[in-house]
Design a protein around this ligand. Structure first.
Ligand code: GLN
Length: 441
């Protein structure tokens, strides 16, 4: 009830939830109470969870923050959502996000921006902005977000909460409305590392529905007590000085814990964003071709022929950023440019992966600030997409390489805005990363 109260008091201003399942949640809570008394409750009994609008939930709307999915209801639940329900979590509502997860500030939602609870003139971060603000404002205990290039970690950093992006292939993407399939991951946003861990343990693993899931999970690696930071990141000109200072303090803490912390070179820093944006726009242009006005969601009125049905439906349904990305993606996949852009980006992705894993063969973690600045003012970046894309510089490496990443709070800057600290580690070594996250946070 406390969470519903917070929602009713603050959601109008914050715009974190697009829909609240009041009655359902209250009914469910009563059922779970009875189960707790009977000693039959699941391990997440009563955990109040919000879900990003990109995740399907049986019998409920999922709009992916877009008008094109107008009135769409899913006939099944995403594996991650279903597993939470099976352990008696309470799904409290559907959370605002950038349209199809495309954005870094949650200003690309068809349903209006989400604002930061700390300072409402500032953005929440994106694309899981609603999910982060909901946790920040006590509207739920945990949110399920998605992270394709930073969309869990970045809003978590901007809102001063915890965001966990799992290894690609650990959590099933079944029931996640696809953005870029070889990058998309589902993970928790929470106030406590322990909650994030519990949720990850519940949602991970085979479900027979996602062929990219790993069938064997490597054993835990032993601790080398060595941590790397990438020199090109920590010395990046875009890094806000106060964030750098806070980062140095974290490094000191880690040294006190007995870690050797060293700078390493990463010569692909300038290739990270181009690689990410060439490949994700390509994949999204293909994924989004299913929204044609025939199968589900919005359909234009009285088209003259099939071509007009497709064109007008997509023009009316997709927002400007989504249309931009479909055009970019279609361009890099077109016959004349395929090799120059798409094939090349695939090759660079492999180089980035190899170098990242080589660093992680020698070190337990790669650390960095999660973002180079604190939350932008609303509207500050919306006119210049390139500036917006630059904000993802520190987070996309984990997605390009497929490794896990965790953002934990790192205090606030002089304006009172939260800063985030990021840990990345080898594939499937989440437990170790969460252990250190727990000590630091
Ligand atoms: N900001 C990045 C993008 O727009 C990341 C989004 C995400 O992780 N879903 O692609």
């Amino acid at each position: 009830a406390g969470h519903l109260n917070q929602i009713h008091t603050h959601n109008k201003a914050l715009n974190a939830f697009l829909e609240v399942y009041d009655e359902e949640a209250i009914e469910k809570a009563a059922l779970i109470d009875a189960k707790i008394k009977a000693g039959t409750a699941g391990k997440l009994a009563g955990l109040v969870v919000g879900i990003k609008d990109l995740l399907c939930y049986e019998g409920h709307h999922s709009y992916a923050g877009s008008k094109i999915l107008d009135s769409f209801k899913s006939t099944f639940s995403a594996t991650a959502v279903q597993r939470l329900i099976d352990e008696d979590a309470i799904i409290i509502g559907r959370q605002n996000c950038d349209e199809f997860g495309m954005g870094s500030t949650n200003e690309n939602s068809a349903f209006g921006p989400v604002v930061n609870f700390v300072n409402q003139a500032h953005v929440a971060g994106g694309s899981s902005g609603g999910s982060a603000v909901a946790v920040q404002a006590g509207m739920c205990q945990v949110s399920l977000g998605t992270d394709t290039g930073g969309s869990i970690r970045m809003p978590a950093a901007f809102c001063g909460v915890i965001g966990l992006k799992p290894t690609y292939g650990l959590v099933s993407r079944w029931g996640l409305i696809a953005y870029a399939s070889s990058f998309d991951t589902i993970g928790p946003i929470a106030n406590y590392v322990s909650d994030a861990r519990l949720v990850l343990d519940t949602i991970k693993g085979q479900d027979g529905q996602d062929s990219t899931l790993s069938s064997t999970i490597p054993a835990a690696k032993s601790d080398k007590k060595r941590i790397a930071y990438i020199k090109e990141v920590v010395e990046h000109p875009s890094l806000q000085p106060e964030i750098k200072e806070a980062f140095v303090l974290q490094v000191d803490k880690l040294k006190k814990l007995g870690y050797v912390v060293e700078g390493v070179d990463f010569s692909y820093i300038d290739q990270l964003l181009p690689t990410y944006y060439v490949l994700t726009t390509a994949e999204s242009s293909s994924n989004l071709s299913r929204f044609d006005g025939v199968k589900f969601g919005h359909r234009t009125s009285s088209p003259l022929d099939l071509m007009q049905l497709y064109k007008r439906t997509r023009q009316e349904g997709f927002g400007a950023e989504v249309q931009r990305r479909i055009m970019l993606g279609t361009f890099v996949l077109s016959a004349d440019y395929y090799d120059a852009y798409y094939t090349k980006a695939q090759k660079v992705r492999r180089l980035i992966q190899d170098r990242t894993l080589a660093i992680l063969a020698e070190y337990d973690f790669i650390i960095s600030p999660t973002t180079s600045s604190t939350a932008y003012r609303l509207g500050e970046k919306t006119l210049d997409p390139i500036q917006m894309y630059l904000g993802d510089l520190f987070t996309v490496q984990a997605n390009v390489a497929g490794i896990p990443g965790l953002s934990i709070p790192m205090g606030t800057d002089s304006a009172g805005l939260p800063m985030g600290f990021q840990l990345m580690t080898s594939p499937f070594q989440e437990a170790k990363m969460l252990d250190v996250g727990e000590i630091l946070s």
